[in-house]
Design a protein. Structure first.
Ligand code: NAP
Length: 327
């Protein structure tokens, strides 16, 4: 992916210095190392050496889960770009970056299919008890009697919280399951032939399955709270593929334990990679480890785009995918 760029750079022998602040996949690290001088903050064992390099660092390579604080941005006077390999960039202090004239880029669209596929997989796994039945067999319990009955997904009422790129990909899949689809977002999308509902609580009250797919950050913090869960009701299930911060995790645990909602399927958590013991003990819960975009094909496409943003910046070309605040 970086052959041309690497050749150009080695000709000039001035390779921009990049700080990697996440455990990036080898195919991105290889490309970065071929084109740039890469410092790895996670593996940094010599703070003094890092302090020497800091004034030369012109780019940060981050993942969707990375925290890029104002303090880190301030410590890098030559910083020009923060390239996030992920669509969500709620861990980046974009206001601080903008104030310094640093552009932030992300990797939208290339992961829509995978995240939407996982949302459907989680909904089906929860309702049809895929993981629970697997545990049931492995524990040798099948001879003692059947599992309690599951829930039908086809034809059920689906509420989608967030109707952006991925929300629309989920709606597309759910339509093939004959689901009755409604959604909420900051604004209605008249171009979509789907029913818009003004608030998450109102949407929950008319949903069997409530799927969360908004960005994280201050604007959606605990958007799904105890009131929304109560509106979802004892037959309702919540599926979170957005960010852990979008749901009040303590209220969720309480609702699951009390049976005021039927179940939850969660790919994201408040304090990853730590998942509360209470959630791990519940049978009406399906848990995955933030794997929404985690296929080889999609992670490579994300890496290509994250790299293309960096390359474009240092070639003086238009950036493929700056975040909306930096357009
Ligand atoms: P997007 O196209 O920007 O769509 C975001 C949607 O959320 C929009 O419809 C937006 O409403 C809505 N929204 C924002 N704030 C809201 C609020 N306060 N209340 C209600 N709705 C709100 O983003 P996307 O590409 O679909 O990605 C969405 C998010 O999915 C990412 O930011 C990330 O957090 C998450 N994600 C998770 C994984 C994973 O591995 N689990 C992978 C990829 C992405 P408007 O349209 O009205 O503005």
């Amino acid at each position: 992916m970086s052959a041309t760029f690497s050749a150009n750079l080695s000709e000039t022998s001035i390779r921009p210095e990049v700080l990697a602040v996440a455990n990036l996949p080898p195919f991105l690290m290889d490309a970065l190392q071929a084109a740039f001088v890469v410092h790895q903050r996670l593996n940094e064992t010599d703070p003094a050496a890092f302090a020497v390099a800091a004034p030369r660092i012109r780019a940060i390579a981050a993942s969707g889960e990375s925290k890029v604080s104002a303090a880190l941005i301030d410590s890098l006077p030559a910083l020009e770009i923060i390239s996030v390999m992920g669509v969500g960039y709620d861990g980046v202090d974009v206001a601080a970056a903008k104030a310094r004239g640093v552009v932030v880029t992300h990797t939208p669209d290339v992961l829509n299919d995978d995240v939407a596929d996982l949302a459907m997989a989680l909904m089906l796994a929860l309702a049809r008890q895929v993981a629970r039945s697997d545990r049931f067999i492995r524990a040798g319990e099948w001879p003692n009697g059947p599992l309690p009955l599951g829930r039908k997904v086809s034809g059920a009422r689906l509420g989608i919280v967030g109707m952006g790129r991925i929300g629309q990909a989920i709606a597309h899949r759910a339509a093939a399951f004959g689901m009755r689809i409604a959604y909420t977002a900051r604004s209605a999308k008249p171009a979509l032939a789907l029913h818009y509902v003004a608030s998450p609580a109102e949407l929950a009250a008319q949903s069997d399955f409530l799927v969360l797919i908004t960005p994280g950050g201050a604007g959606t913090h605990k958007l799904v709270n105890a009131e929304v869960l109560k509106a979802l009701g004892p037959q309702g299930c919540v599926i979170n593929v957005a960010r852990g911060s979008v749901i009040d995790e303590a209220a969720l645990i309480e609702a699951l334990q009390a049976g005021t909602i039927a179940g939850a399927a969660l790919d994201v958590f408040e304090n990853e990679p730590n998942v509360p013991q209470a959630l791990r003990e519940l049978d009406n819960v399906v848990l995955t480890s933030h794997i929404g975009s985690a296929t080889g094909q999609t992670r490579r496409a994300m890496a290509d785009l994250a790299f293309a943003n960096l390359r474009s910046k240092f070639e003086g070309a238009p950036l493929p995918t700056p975040v909306p605040e930096c357009r």
